[in-house]
Write a protein that binds this ligand. Structure first.
Ligand code: HEC
Length: 137
């Protein structure tokens, strides 16, 4: 390293710090707001699949309060995340659950989906997932 390199690295770190907002985990209210905006139309205000646009939809919108119950009592974080961002889905052209790639934009926050590893994950996606996790019954 030349003498100026540590300084340059320090500056780069400072610039990077200034450019990003603190990676705070989203609060429940943020997820609820996103849900009302983007999901309640089909899944209903309480998430039970009875939104105003659910009539006649085939397949019907899923009851989102029973995701864990349908999965042996465990909330499948990774699966829910990929349902939302459309990443692993092959059925995007047909009827059913639309993709919300928009949720991928914005800040990243560290999230453990159950494998013990903190993965930087789009904040709005995390907010929604946490909201869904909180309405399980
Ligand atoms: C246009 C109607 C519509 C909208 C809007 C919609 N969904 Fe869905 N969603 C569906 C339908 C229909 C299904 C069930 C069929 C399927 O899986 O394709 C579904 C399935 C799901 C599933 C899978 C449930 C399971 O047990 O596997 C999740 C999770 C989900 N939606 C979450 C959301 C969230 C969160 C939003 C808002 C960001 C949202 N949906 C917006 C129609 C919709």
């Amino acid at each position: 390293m030349t003498p100026s390199q540590p300084l340059a690295l320090g500056l780069a770190a400072l610039v990077a710090l200034a450019a990003c907002k603190p990676n705070e985990m989203p609060q429940a209210e943020e997820g609820r707001r996103l849900f009302v905006e983007s999901c309640a139309l089909c899944h209903g205000p309480s998430g039970r699949g009875d939104g105003p646009a659910s009539d006649g939809l085939t397949p019907p919108p899923a009851d989102l309060t029973r995701i864990a119950a349908r999965n042996g009592g465990v909330f499948p974080r990774a699966k829910v995340l990929s349902t939302l961002d459309g990443y692993t889905r092959t059925d995007l052209d047909g009827p059913g659950m639309p993709e919300f790639g928009d949720l991928l934009r914005g800040d990243l926050v560290p999230l453990d989906v159950g494998d013990g590893i903190l993965t930087p994950t789009p904040r709005r996606l995390v907010a929604l997932m946490q909201y869904l996790e909180g309405i399980q019954r």
